[in-house]
Write a protein that binds this ligand. Structure first.
Ligand code: XRG
Length: 310
């Protein structure tokens, strides 16, 4: 009801993740991004987490190896009761797509064995190029994420429903904890990239990017802001009880011109929709922008959290 989801990983000069683990203002943290997708079965994805890694890669891949601060800090966030998801795609993944279902399912297996619960029969902490193909690497060491976020912004629908269903198969077979899938569609309906996946595979959270598209953004006002239409999309989807979050930019620079709303402007919007049974909370793009956007001595993220608890 009053959850705040924030994206972390692409912020300008961002602090390490633990800075956000220690704040009570967020409940879900999406770490972005796996921004390069496998081109075919067995191919490795690539990652980018801004300033957080040491620039070393798994040999012959675009997958970052030395993300010490992230794997040290994810347990701090989890111990603080936060859900930590690994986000796929993002705004810079302009050329990424999934060729076919086989590639999609291979990608899902890679994500599960590389970033899910550590299983030494499938994954190796001391991965070498020689082992590529038999074992999976562990970019975050033995640390596991709580699930995956699909921030798919380009190149259409192929494979994402199959990928989510494959991940769900792994989730169902696991015993140690609950895992989650979320998606960040743009606000026009149907979303070109995620519409098919949302209708055919189980999402727990949908945070719509109600910015950057004047036809339906929050800043475009009632009559254009299409929350109620997205409720219908959810109710017709594979998980009719998915939680719907209002996605907003956390500072004026965090989105295109004209899409930022001040806390005072967000308040009536939240008041209107908070009682909807699908309302899950607010998603903010992104953590560092919100942290640096100080208003009356509090961060933007704090203001949003306060409104949700009003
Ligand atoms: C330009 N792309 C973005 N701002 N992406 C997001 O806000 N993803 C949640």
């Amino acid at each position: 009801k009053n959850n705040v989801a924030i994206y972390y990983g692409q912020g300008a000069n961002q602090p390490r993740l633990s800075h956000f683990c220690e704040q009570t203002t967020s409940d879900i943290i999406n770490i972005g991004f796996i921004h390069e997708f496998p081109k075919s079965v067995g191919d490795y994805p690539g990652s980018n987490f801004g300033n957080q890694c040491d620039g070393t890669f798994f040999p012959g891949t675009g997958l970052l190896k030395g993300c010490h601060q992230i794997w040290e800090d994810i347990p701090i966030c989890k111990a603080a009761g936060k859900t930590v998801l690994l986000s796929l795609g993002g705004g810079s993944a302009t050329t990424q797509s999934l060729k076919d279902v086989a590639t999609a399912e291979s990608f899902a297996d890679f994500l599960w064995y590389s970033f899910g619960p550590y299983d030494s029969s499938f994954s190796s902490l001391e991965w070498t190029a020689a082992m590529k193909g038999e074992l999976y690497p562990r970019p975050f060491g033995t640390v596991a994420v709580d699930g995956f976020d699909l921030d798919i912004e380009y190149n259409g629908n192929v494979g994402y429903a199959a990928m989510v269903n494959r991940l769900r198969k792994h989730f169902a077979a696991s015993t140690e904890q609950k895992y989650y899938i979320s998606g960040a569609p743009q606000c026009p309906i149907p979303d070109k990239q995620l519409g098919d996946a949302i209708s055919k595979s189980w999402f727990d959270f949908i945070w719509v990017q109600w910015y950057n598209t004047a036809a339906c953004s929050a800043s475009s006002g009632t009559g254009k802001f299409n929350f109620n239409e997205w409720v219908k999309v959810i109710e017709a989807s594979a998980n009719p009880n998915a939680k719907l979050f209002i996605g907003l930019p956390a500072s004026p620079e965090a989105a295109n011109e004209g899409f930022y709303l001040t806390p005072a402007q967000v308040k009536p919007l939240i008041k209107t929709y908070v009682s909807n049974k699908h309302f899950g909370g607010v998603m903010l793009w992104e953590a560092t922008a919100g942290d640096n956007n100080l208003i009356d001595g509090s961060t933007y993220t704090q203001h949003i959290k306060d409104i949700l608890y009003d």
